[in-house]
Write a new protein. Structure first.
Length: 84
């Protein structure tokens, strides 16, 4: 089991990856590869970030397969930009 502190640090890593790739959208598996985590675990963290309105989700459906693309909200990007 991963502690909330570690989950929050991984979410920070995800936001940094999305910031570095802004405005490009990244698929869930791409983000998971960057943070070296399982796709399903990464998806849960991304969904949590989405619920906090930090990231955007774009879904593409092909039959049963759903691809989820993620990007940082523009206003969040602008705030991060001020920090770096």
């Amino acid at each position: 089991m991963i502690s909330e502190l570690k989950k929050n640090r991984i979410k920070e890593d995800i936001l940094k990856i999305l910031y570095d790739n802004f405005p490009k959208m990244m698929w869930t598996f791409e983000v998971a590869e960057e943070i070296i985590r399982d796709d399903e675990f990464c998806l849960k963290l991304l969904e949590d970030l989405k619920s906090k309105k930090l990231v955007n989700l774009t879904e593409e459906s092909k039959g049963r397969k759903i691809k989820r693309g993620w990007s940082m909200h523009k206003n969040v990007y602008e705030e991060y930009k001020k920090l770096f």
